[in-house]
Design a binder for this molecule. Sequence first.
Ligand SMILES: C[S@@+](CC[C@H](N)C(=O)[O-])C[C@H]1O[C@@H](n2cnc3c(N)ncnc32)[C@H](O)[C@@H]1O
Length: 258
Amino acid sequence: MSSFDPDWWRKIFDELYLATDARSIANDEITRTEVDLIEKLLEPRPDDLILDLCAGQGRHSLELSRRGYENIVLIDYSMPLLILGYHVARRQDIVLNFIRCDARFLCLTESSFDHVIIMGNSFGYFRNDADNFAILAEVARILKPGGKILVDLINRDYMMNQFRPQSWHEADEDLVVCRDRTLDNEGIVVRELVLSKQKGLLRDLTYFSRLYCKEELNDIFRHAGFEKVCFLDEFAPHSIKADYGMLTNRTIVSAIAG
Ligand SMILES: C[S@@+](CC[C@H](N)C(=O)[O-])C[C@H]1O[C@@H](n2cnc3c(N)ncnc32)[C@H](O)[C@@H]1O
């Protein structure tokens, strides 16, 4: 079993992540494609209360808001990403509610939200599955009965079949990102090295993501209190085929709070 710091997710999501993952998470066309999917699957009304959980810099919330959705709450743990999103929203005269907290312990009233989205492979970061489950249970608690959840996850089968132990890409003129991947029974462990041609090694950090098969997803969603669990496979919003790491080819899970 490969080892990693269980708190890796508190440390990696900063300005450097925005550069290393820019091909997926700083591309307006991809964000618009993802928000098209959110609208199609959740069919929100303009005044519905929507929670963008593990929202990062809020790219989906900002786009939803531009499309006329008025009541959006955005939660993330990363202060640098929240601050960035806050400044973008202010510059564009967009009103969003930013909250910093751990998704396992939501400081929100029960049965109050119409929709929750967890986008960009932000679920399954804990080796101990009780912690991953705690997030789903919290979402079930704060959704109104009949409220909807949409989670954008790694596609396990694709990841196993197309497994590449190593990859590297140039994130920009200065940054080279090298990834060394290991699969084990529970998920994928990735050691990421980020090298600056000017400054040398900027990051050497190992992260984890659980790989769920559909049966496991169905079980944990139902156990958390959801019904009508549906899957959409092979969601690949990038127009150019390449190795985008965990974000290459995704499984979308949607369900309804009971
Ligand atoms: C891969 S990023 C995706 C961000 C955004 N959803 C997107 O698609 O651009 C994962 C995000 O989840 C947040 N996150 C991970 N675990 C979290 C937790 N337990 N509580 C709150 N935020 C968390 C991280 O801070 C990070 O911003």
